[in-house]
Design a protein around this ligand. Structure first.
Ligand code: NAG
Ligand code: NAG
Ligand code: NAG
Ligand code: NAG
Ligand code: NAG
Ligand code: NAG
Length: 234
């Protein structure tokens, strides 16, 4: 019984390694799916008085935005970038009376500037649902002249680690990963790599301990799979 339970735990370990390996692979695969959108494309972030062709709502409606995506605003310091979750603030084109907790100023504009210089700001989408952007300079003049749009941010694949608050859900995925990485190479090899134990498997089958299917050839396959997995990780 002692022997077969050791046998069993080795197999369980292997499964954990493979499971976490697949998890890591799927994560690295999905990271590439986050997107950066340049607001207004090559026209940048301006009002229609300055660039008559801009239509930010049309631009926004032709894209799908998800958590973790970035909006890149290319503008100058004569235009500001205000993000709000408050429809009233958006409708009024007014940053000055906005609440601190639902409105963010991403670029401190300098409207008095006589020689504007370029500004580029990447704004991460951190919250699901409607969010609004506008320029609040000149008492809403730029906003009222087309420099505004709204987007509905969908969940997508959720926020990437880099944009989450560190304490929130870091521990769980990490600890599983570390454990399997360290223990896997040492425990697998000696167990039964060289000598698959057919007779034991038969006994296990009878006693129903659950380790039957993990013996012999199958273990070799698992080992190979893990080695491939470990290589793919790095
Ligand atoms: C998107 O922009 C952010 C912030 O500038 C940057 O960290 C990230 O690497 C960019 N991602 C892509 C896919 O270009
Ligand atoms: C946005 O999502 C909708 C529905 O899922 C889809 O029909 C449309 O093609 C998507 N648009 C883009 C630009 O990906
Ligand atoms: C939205 O902002 C306005 C001020 O612009 C404030 O009076 C109102 O309470 C806010 N709405 C919500 C739902 O917080
Ligand atoms: C912002 O604060 C106001 C009170 O100051 C509160 O009524 C409102 O619910 C808060 N909004 C958010 C999004 O936390
Ligand atoms: C800054 O913006 C205001 C309002 O859109 C415009 O009237 C003014 O000409 C701009 N200043 C410069 C230097 O472009
Ligand atoms: C935003 O999109 C979600 C998911 O597609 C949808 O359920 C929700 O009703 C939308 N919200 C608005 C205000 O359109």
């Amino acid at each position: 019984m002692g022997r077969s339970s050791g046998y069993y735990s080795t197999s369980v370990l292997q499964f954990f390694t493979i499971a976490s390996c697949l998890l890591v692979l799927s994560f690295t695969g999905s990271v590439t799916a986050y997107k950066n959108y340049t607001v207004g494309g090559s026209l940048g972030w301006f009002d229609t008085l300055e660039k008559p062709d801009v239509n930010y709502q049309k631009w926004a409606d032709s894209n799908n935005f998800s958590l973790g995506d970035f909006l890149v605003f290319n503008t100058d310091n004569n235009h500001s970038i205000i993000q709000t979750y408050n429809f009233t603030t958006y409708k009024l084109c007014d940053y000055d009376d906005a609440l601190q907790n639902d409105t963010i100023q991403w670029s401190a504009a300098d409207p008095s500037s006589t020689a504007p210089h370029p500004i580029s700001v990447a704004v991460p989408l951190l919250k699901e649902g409607m969010t609004y952007f506008f320029s609040s300079d000149y008492d809403g003049e730029q906003c009222n002249n087309g420099q505004r749009f709204k987007v509905n941010v969908t969940h997508g694949q959720g926020l990437p680690k880099s944009l989450q608050d560190p304490p929130d859900d870091a521990p769980a995925p990490n600890s599983a990963d570390f454990g399997s990485d360290d223990s896997a190479p040492e425990t697998i090899v000696p167990a039964n790599f060289d000598h698959p134990i057919e007779e034991d498997s038969d006994k296990d089958e009878a006693s129903g301990s659950g380790s039957i299917s993990f013996g012999g050839r199958f273990n070799r396959f698992l080992l190979l799979f893990q080695i491939v997995c470990i290589f793919l990780k790095f």
